[in-house]
Design a protein around this ligand. Structure first.
Ligand SMILES: [Zn+2]
Length: 574
């Protein structure tokens, strides 16, 4: 990069050039302020750094997916935002209210994007003629015809492939009105809602051809979709996610700047907002990645005021025990059956690399009601660690599994290199939290014996809500941890006995190879935060066991200080 190289004063040619400029006084004005500034700006145009989230199938046709976040660096000049169908009126009253609530947030997002040089396309379908004299409308019509117009760019796309069709998650055949009584369907929209500003440099169009022409004219490769409704127009319109994805654009949905037409009285009988989450899941699996508006606004993600679900954030950051699979499965169960809002933050599952020390999305802890942590030996960028510390300082609860006793204690040196693409203004450096086990969880992690574990309820704790429905003992195919001594604020719930085990820990070898029993699940209070920790959960099979699932669900409700759910009758917890 020429603009950043240091002046080579030892180079005689460079010196000669400087002297020429100085003496003649002619070259200097040509290179001065405007020209130089412009060139410098171009070369320095900050890229957009985005954390793209999608879900990948662990094995083909297994229907098991794990989250994956990948970093993208997009040139704003090659990026467009399409605002889909943010109308002034909708036939559904609830939908109209939600659009009015969402629109100022889309406007904030778009205003920042415009300042960064991103091209804005307003696409209020069916109402474009309202804008026939608007410069932004004329700009769209004036785009020259592209020579690479895709064959079906002007058509609705119902499915991107058979796999998408076969797994569509909600029944929207009734139109998705969630109101009581149901709203009559008609077409009251006249224009885009006024709280989204339209600049003369933006474009207004809802035509697949026009929008494609606009994008080709500007060499736009990257498309960001916002607006409504995720399960209908955002996916299916000519300019929607499916067409943009299948015709080769790098397209993403802003997952918090959208809304779904989902009636909670239709399958799968979940809240309106869980309906949106399920569609976002579906998009991440089959269509394209999503991003959060945080990427541009640096504010926490938008949430509708009527979304009263408790929010559970799962942090999955380990590479050995399958947390990338087990935590999302637990999250899905809580979302569908227990009406919670769940978000999974997936760190790198690689055993090496600087991205190990990065958990994108930690700002979502700002309004979380519970954090479930399954992490192993990660340092975090200072700001990410601060989100966790601030969360706990607000007396918010934490559930931690297995390796989380050494979640933030690296083996060896702290790397100097930061993960790539952290937001601007990051405080320098990576942080560990080496005594997380003693300070927060109330234990002393000290390795583990080999052998399966027999888990028993501690009689004194049998009436604890987290153990509701559990009987035991249970034999599980995983090792327990040495965690003793526990701090006095801990209340042990389950104890483990090592079966046919051996121990290479010198501390226990001395005692005739006898492996002492250890607590394997307990509660603690950290400041005023409710803490539940279990040293179990290291194999996928444990999460398949009914008693383990029930314990986790009980713990989740206990941690949020809510009554634990009733156990379904005839459920044998073995
Ligand atoms: Zn309605």
């Amino acid at each position: 990069m020429i603009y950043y190289s240091k002046p080579q004063f030892h180079n005689p040619w460079f010196l000669t050039l400087l002297l020429m400029i100085f003496w003649t006084g002619t070259l200097l004005p040509k290179l001065s302020a405007p020209a130089l500034a412009q060139e410098t700006n171009n070369s320095k145009t900050p890229k957009l750094t985005l954390e793209l989230r999608n879900q990948i199938e662990t094995e083909k046709n297994s229907a098991k997916f794990i989250y994956r976040t990948s970093k993208a660096q997009w040139d704003p000049a090659r990026t467009a935002i399409i605002i889909c169908d943010m109308w002034d009126q909708h036939w559904c009253k609830g939908a109209t209210q939600r659009v009015a609530e969402l629109a100022p947030h889309i406007n904030d997002f778009v205003t920042i994007a415009r300042q960064k040089g991103i091209f804005i396309i307003h696409a209020p379908s069916d109402t474009v003629s309202y804008y026939k004299n608007h410069p932004a409308r004329k700009l769209a019509q004036a785009a020259p015809k592209a020579d690479n117009l895709p064959p079906h760019i002007n058509q609705w796309c119902s499915w991107i492939n058979d796999a998408e069709k076969a797994t569509y998650p909600i029944d929207q055949t009734d139109g998705g009105c969630d109101c009581m009584p149901k709203c009559p369907q008609h077409s009251p929209w006249r224009k885009q809602i006024a709280s989204i500003n339209i600049s003369d440099q933006d474009a207004i169009s809802a035509s697949g051809t026009e929008i494609w022409n606009l994008m080709e004219q500007r060499k736009i490769e990257n498309v960001i979709l916002v607006g409504v409704h995720t399960n209908m127009c955002v996916l299916g319109r000519p300019f929607g996610l499916r067409n943009m994805a299948r015709y080769g654009k790098n397209v993403v949905l802003v997952r918090d700047l959208t809304d779904t037409m989902h009636n909670s009285r239709m399958s799968p009988f979940v809240s309106h907002f869980t309906g949106t989450d399920l569609i976002i899941d579906h998009i991440e699996k089959y269509i394209c990645p999503t991003i959060s508006s945080t990427a541009l606004t640096s504010q926490s993600a938008f949430r509708f005021k009527n979304d009263k679900r408790s929010k559970v954030v799962f942090i999955s950051a380990e590479s050995e025990y399958g947390a990338a699979e087990t935590l999302p499965q637990l999250a899905r169960q809580l979302q569908l059956k227990y009406k919670l809002a769940c978000e999974v933050l997936q760190g790198s599952t690689n055993t090496q690399g600087k991205d190990r020390n990065n958990i994108p999305g930690m700002e979502t802890l700002v309004d979380a009601d519970l954090v479930v942590l399954f992490a192993r030996r990660r340092a975090l960028p200072a700001r990410q660690m601060q989100y966790l510390k601030d969360y706990l300082a607000r007396s918010k609860p934490l559930i931690a599994l297995r390796t989380s006793s050494h979640a933030f204690a690296l083996r060896g040196e702290l790397p100097e290199e930061l993960p790539e693409g952290l937001p601007e203004g990051q405080p320098e450096g990576l942080l560990q939290w080496k005594n997380f086990d003693t300070e927060v969880l109330g234990c002393n992690y000290n390795g583990y014996p080999h052998g399966e574990t027999l888990v028993s309820i501690i009689p004194d704790a049998a009436d604890h809500p987290i153990l509701k429905g559990l009987k035991g003992p249970y034999q599980i195919r995983e090792t327990m941890y040495h965690s003793l001594p526990l701090t006095p604020s801990c209340r042990p719930l389950l104890t483990g006995k090592c079966i046919d085990g051996s121990d290479d820990n010198p501390r226990y070898k001395k005692t005739d190879a006898h492996v002492p029993d250890e607590p394997v699940a307990w509660t603690n209070i950290y400041h005023n935060s409710r803490i539940f920790y279990t040293s179990l959960g290291s194999v996928r099979a444990s999460f398949q066991q009914k008693w383990f699932q029930q314990m986790m669900i009980n713990a989740i409700f206990w941690a949020m200080d809510k009554p634990v759910p009733e156990i379904e009758t005839n459920t044998a917890l073995h």
